[in-house]
Write a protein that binds this ligand. Structure first.
Ligand SMILES: [Mg+2]
Length: 249
């Protein structure tokens, strides 16, 4: 019987993707100003495109240090002697705006509240933002923190990031739960589902993409986006979903 539900954060409980353009715009603006101050002919729209493209490409490779993204863009303008202070300013600006523009998926607080009421322990397991402290700040700002028993920031408050099994096993250890008693819920197959599997923990994959890759790592159940999660999770946990019939009418 399951006693613990482990949740990922971005793309699982909160939409931190739809409004990223606001972070991209401000970073592009700062980079443009900086390059102009160096006498380099820089065009804001071109830099904005580079920021967006860098994120797309780096995310695919799980190369998530924003510091490195900005350095790469500056390098394309032959700027390699930039101060860490400026790089940190760009990264902090990016996360600050993202924190303020992230929204909770509709129904997330209610789902967490119900699970708590039914006696489940809840853990948040999220990878580091590669800028110490930001993941926790964003988690606290989401308003969801009170529902959780623990927060583990993989690669920051625990040594290794997903898909290493290490942070998953740390969650179990800290809550004194056996792997068979836990289920992990996440939206990224390459980190969440692969990692849960490596740790021997059942998982539910939130598939937003209608992915062509299919269920690569054998998640025990797949939900089409957050709206389907409650039904999928409750079915997996063997919970009667009293509100389901009403919603489906
Ligand atoms: Mg995620």
């Amino acid at each position: 019987m399951k006693k613990l539900v482990i949740f990922d954060f971005d793309g699982t409980l909160v939409d931190s993707f739809s409004n990223r353009i606001h972070s991209h715009r401000k970073v592009a603006e700062l980079i443009t100003e900086f390059l102009k101050s160096r006498g380099i002919d820089a065009d804001y729209e071109t830099i904005l495109k580079k920021v967006i493209k860098t994120e797309e490409e780096r995310e695919k490779r799980l190369s998530r240090s924003r510091d490195e993204w900005w350095k790469q863009i500056l390098k394309e303008y032959n700027v390699t002697d930039v101060s860490q202070d400026f790089i940190t300013k760009l990264t902090n600006t990016y996360w600050e705006i993202l924190k303020d523009t992230t929204t909770i998926y509709e129904g997330a607080p209610e789902l967490l509240k119900e699970l708590k009421q039914k006696g489940y322990k809840l853990a948040l397991l999220s990878d580091t933002d590669f800028a110490p402290g930001w993941k926790e700040k964003r988690f606290q700002a989401s308003g969801l923190a009170d529902y959780f028993d623990i927060l583990v920031v993989a690669g920051e408050t625990s040594p290794e990031a997903k898909p290493s099994p290490q942070p998953f096993l740390e969650v179990l250890k800290r809550l004194n739960i056996k792997r068979q008693q836990a289920v992990h819920v996440g939206d990224n197959q390459e980190t969440d589902i692969k990692g849960a599997r490596a740790a021997g923990i059942d998982s539910i994959w939130i598939d937003w993409q209608e992915s062509t890759n299919g269920n690569k790592y054998g998640a025990q159940a797949v939900a089409k986006g957050f709206p389907e999660l409650k039904k999928t999770l409750y079915k997996f946990l063997g919970i009667q979903n009293q509100t389901q019939n009403k919603q489906e009418k």
